[in-house]
Design a protein around this ligand. Structure first.
Ligand code: KIV
Length: 270
């Protein structure tokens, strides 16, 4: 019998119970070592499909394959102990039918060991969300600016600028709540709409480019670390990692070129 103490992670019900309480700290992560640092401070870590753009240089999240999400999901689960890990279902793996969504979501949960999946879409995905939740798969919904639909939305456009569109976004929020999502990401939405949705629904809202009144916030880690040369304009940067990496790599290159590396005491002696 194993005597190892089980890892106690933050649960989906603990996240759900944070509605109107202490804000939910969320960040993306795609990599075991950085996830271990994020894990000390974040309640929820998202292995987002933004990894296609951030890690793999894709133009959008549309080409991201399921296997890539699973590979990064495994790395982040391995690197963490405390946070709830949520893995994105990428474009094309859940929209066709609830059954296909279940098959792919179950694969993600089994192979990565994550605690929940996230999918994009409001009212149109409600049936699928209910199907997954009824069968044991916790779901984070994602409404507003949904990057997987950027080709239909006409790009990465802030949603709700025209107040006539608000009822549709509010209906999306209601529909995913009723379907059983335990929280919902509000992305790229005008502030008063996101604030109103946060008041309207009983599940936590997690904002990104939305409103300080959301129940939590999420950012793409590389954006807030200063690694993205063109971050979205709402991103507050907390680091200057791009410049630090540049300095370090430049110093290394200079050392190698001047034969200053490795130093005498670092070489292996026969
Ligand atoms: O893929 C991602 O990083 C996301 C966040 C922007 C919420 O979905």
């Amino acid at each position: 019998m194993s005597t190892q103490a089980p890892i106690r992670r933050i649960t989906t019900t603990q996240i759900a119970s944070r509605k109107g309480q202490e804000p939910i700290v969320s960040l993306t992560s795609y990599h075991a070592h950085t996830a271990a640092i994020v894990d000390r401070y974040a309640d929820l870590i998202l292995v987002g499909d933004s990894l296609g753009m951030v890690m793999h240089g894709m133009d959008s999240t549309v080409p991201v394959p399921l296997d890539l999400m699973i590979m990064h999901g495994k790395a982040v689960v391995r690197g963490t102990q405390r946070a709830l890990i949520v893995v994105d279902l990428p474009f094309g793996t859940y929209e066709e039918s609830p059954q296909i969504a279940f098959r792919n979501a179950a694969r993600v949960m089994k192979e990565t060991g994550c605690g929940a999946v996230k999918l994009e879409g409001g009212a149109r995905m409600a049936e699928t969300i209910k199907f997954l939740v009824d069968r044991g798969i916790p779901v984070v919904a994602h409404i507003g600016l949904t990057p997987q639909s950027s080709h239909v939305l006409g790009g990465f456009k802030t949603q709700g600028r025209n107040q006539d569109t608000w009822p549709a976004h509010q209906e999306d929020a209601r529909a995913v709540t009723e379907a059983g999502a335990f929280c919902v990401v509000l992305e790229g939405m005008v502030e008063p709409l996101a604030a109103q949705i946060s008041k309207d629904i009983p599940i936590p809202t997690i904002g990104i480019g939305a409103s300080a009144d959301c129940d939590g916030q999420i950012l793409v880690l590389e954006d807030m670390l200063g690694l993205n040369p063109n971050p979205p304009k709402f991103v507050k940067t907390y680091g200057d990692l791009g410049a630090q990496i540049e300095t370090a790599v430049k110093g290394y290159a200079e050392d190698v070129k001047s034969r200053n590396f490795p130093t005498e005491d670092q070489v292996y002696k026969p």
